[in-house]
Ligand binder design. Structure first.
Ligand code: MG
Length: 400
């Protein structure tokens, strides 16, 4: 036998090749175990239940979409929507002034967008809600003022909830108004600021409050990293925060603009981009724990798509797909069709079982899985026939 290193180096990799490689290396029993793991994944983890439409380790679940990350941490990934890239064109294309009557504008100088006293707040033209937001800012290097009067600006998610921008490097103020605070709600955990004049980085994960019929389904929350240090960790929004007044649980619009505050100080911004987040289950997302109704609907949808795929297959492959669909939804036609295909399969393989060894074990395991999870009756005659074939041939099979 070749050395392990030689086998690894020379082996033509790919799933079937890998299986044969392991077969050569570890022998029949382990090979069968691996075969089970790789090919029978659909009869592997716990099946869908009343509040989870997907099985555990469900291969029917869509693969996460592929995106290209930024080359350096902080640069936008391929699916980011860029709100400011350092150019005047980008400023014009993506932002508008909140104030209609004004004598001044924000400025773009050396790749930075600078707040100008009296120009008023900026609103992004894009409206959005749940997001990952990246934004960099710098307070003026020339220190003027103190407390809330030093390097004050702000980043308002949906134009409502402010993540404070302030030069707090050596500048105490009320903690729920610190840089990195959810203004009026929650101080940052730590003060991780760099000195004024240096660029600071916020990475923000925002979830808006969701209300339905006057009831909060999710109060919304914020996570913030300041210069890579977590300063807000799933902080509940408690209505989104106000100046002086205590905000109360409230509904937010579906979407809103990002707002940058003109608080009278020439704070600079650069490298502003966001990515939308996947839907939470309260908004129709189908990952995680769902309501019974949403789960039932999604399970029916998955089952229908598997049954549709089954129509493109024949014989054992079709049988397995139909059996798989029964894990998501009981369906009289699928049960009858699977029954018929399984009878045909048994008739076909029982004459010369040796040449169908893997197929027989595969179907047997699928049957046992359905029985274990109450998708098939315990005393179904097919289980006895398949087990008998396996026993008579002395095949050792590891159960799921
Ligand atoms: Mg502010």
């Amino acid at each position: 036998m070749a050395s392990l290193a030689g086998l690894v180096a020379e082996f033509p990799w790919g799933m079937n090749s890998e299986l044969n490689f392991f077969r050569a290396l570890f022998g029949e029993v382990l090979y069968l175990f691996l075969f089970v793991q790789l090919l029978w994944a659909q009869f592997y983890g716990d099946p869908p239940d009343k509040t989870h439409p997907w099985a555990v380790h469900d291969n029917n679940r869509p693969q996460p979409p592929r995106i290209e990350p930024g080359e350096i941490l902080g640069t936008p990934p391929s699916d980011a929507i860029i709100l400011f890239d350092g150019t005047k064109e980008s400023f014009k294309a993506n932002w508008k002034h909140e104030k209609h009557k004004r004598k001044k504008d924000w400025k773009v100088i050396n790749g930075a967008l600078i707040a100008v006293d009296g120009a008023g707040d900026l609103l992004s033209k894009a409206t959005f809600a749940d997001c990952q937001l990246h934004i960099e800012w710098a307070a003026p290097s020339k220190i003027i003022g103190s407390g809330q009067g030093r390097g004050n600006s702000g980043i308002f998610l949906m134009g409502i909830t402010e993540i404070q921008v302030l030069d707090n490097y050596k500048n105490p103020t009320y903690p729920d108004g610190f840089a990195g605070s959810v203004y009026g709600i929650m101080p940052p955990m730590v003060n991780a600021l760099k000195p004024p004049g240096q660029w600071q980085t916020y990475d923000i994960i925002f979830r808006r409050p969701v209300h339905r019929d006057g009831k909060a389904l999710d109060e919304g929350y914020l996570t913030v990293f300041l210069n890579g240090v977590v300063v807000q960790d799933g902080t509940p929004l408690e209505g989104g925060g106000l100046h002086k007044d205590r905000s109360r649980s409230r509904s937010f619009p579906v979407k809103g603009p990002l707002k940058l505050q003109d608080h009278g100080n020439p704070v600079q911004y650069r490298n502003i981009w966001y990515r939308e987040l996947r839907q939470r289950s309260v908004e129709g997302g189908t990952d995680g724990e769902l309501s019974y109704e949403a789960t039932t609907t999604k399970r029916a949808e998955i089952a229908a798509s598997i049954r549709k795929d089954a129509t493109t297959k024949k014989g054992k492959e079709k049988l397995l797909r139909l059996m798989e669909s029964l894990c998501y939804e009981e369906d009289a036609v699928a049960i009858t069709d699977a029954e018929k295909l399984r009878s045909e399969f048994i008739d076909q393989v029982k004459i010369n079982p040796d040449s169908y060894k893997e197929d027989i074990i595969q179907v047997n395991n699928a049957v046992k899985y359905l029985i274990k999870h109450q998708r098939m009756r315990v005393d179904h005659p097919h289980i006895e026939i398949l087990e008998k074939i396996i026993k008579n041939n002395g095949w050792k099979v590891k159960n799921n």
